[in-house]
Design a protein around this ligand. Structure first.
Ligand code: NAD
Length: 258
């Protein structure tokens, strides 16, 4: 018996085999979930199709989360394919490279808008379109966030502000959707080397600092994040909503580096 037997889920955010979303896809599929995966544009289609061969024939759909029409069409497709939806993984973020180095004070209006649109507003847009497919049986929405939305992390800059808005969106959505028994939570992952994190200036230094100063004295693994996402999607987490769970070797509790 798998933890997610009979459940249907959709995963946003697979770019390649290092993606946190890919680790989550493998974990939830292992526990019996039927999946749909999305890809951002033709450039990433082949990657996602290749990875999908390792799963049990997931639906594969294009979705740029800045485009309401594409989000709408994803959920129209899911309505036909699955009928009902039980969980959503939101593992999507983007900011202009120039805004992930130097000083936050230099962030452009357009750079700020883009980071908020892709990395924060998209969660609300996705929930809006998903609601008709989830409201009868309840479900679970899980977003990926980072400590840079709570505390200042040098170079994380505009993405930290977007994560802060994402964290608050999680709480407002948890309140709104609670009446439908839909839970909304986020996982705050420690730094992991991926395509997105490679864009943050000084990321190697961050990894080293995290390893040396976290209580567990090691970096975060995608599989640890994936297992927490699995838990949040399962019935084991039925009493948890509006929560930001840190999966970061405990780094966030520290007030001083040694
Ligand atoms: P990743 O590059 O593998 O994933 C980011 C994904 O966002 C990609 O699949 C990309 O296609 C997608 N994306 C960007 N713009 C999009 C758009 N307009 N429409 C649709 N998709 C779009 O990197 P990752 O590290 O696995 O990132 C996944 C999530 O985890 C992000 O929210 C990220 O902020 C978060 N996170 C990452 C770390 C880390 O250190 N890697 C730590 C904490 C949180």
């Amino acid at each position: 018996m798998g933890l997610l037997d009979g459940k249907n889920g959709i995963i946003f955010g697979i770019a390649n085999k290092r993606s946190i979303a890919w680790a989550i896809a493998q974990a939830v599929a292992r526990e019996g979930a039927r999946l749909a995966l999305t890809y951002q544009g033709e450039r990433l289609k082949e990657n996602v199709e290749e990875l999908a061969e390792k799963l049990d024939k997931p639906a594969i759909l294009p979705c740029d989360v800045t485009d309401d029409e594409q989000i709408g069409s994803v959920f129209q497709n899911l309505k036909e394919e699955f009928g009902q939806l039980d969980f959503i993984i939101h593992a999507v973020a983007y900011a202009l490279r120039d805004d992930l180095e130097g000083h936050f004070v230099n962030t452009s209006r357009e750079g700020y808008r883009i980071a908020q649109d892709v990395s924060s507003y998209s969660l609300t847009a996705i929930c809006k379109y998903a609601l008709p497919l989830m409201k009868h049986n309840g479900g679970s929405v899980v977003a990926l966030t980072y400590l840079g939305g709570e505390k200042v992390i040098p170079h994380y800059n505009v993405m930290g502000v977007a994560k802060s808005a994402l964290d608050m969106s999680v709480r407002y959505l948890a309140y709104d959707l609670g009446e439908h028994n839909i839970r909304v939570n986020a996982i705050s992952a420690g730094p992991i080397k991926t395509l997105a994190s490679a864009g943050v200036s000084g990321f190697g230094k961050m990894l080293k600092h995290h390893q040396e100063n976290s209580p567990l004295k090691r970096n975060t693994e995608t599989a640890e994040v994936a297992d927490t996402a699995l838990f949040l999607c399962s019935n084991l987490a039925r009493g948890i909503t509006g929560e930001i769970i840190h999966v970061d070797s405990g780094y966030n509790i520290m007030g001083m580096s040694m």
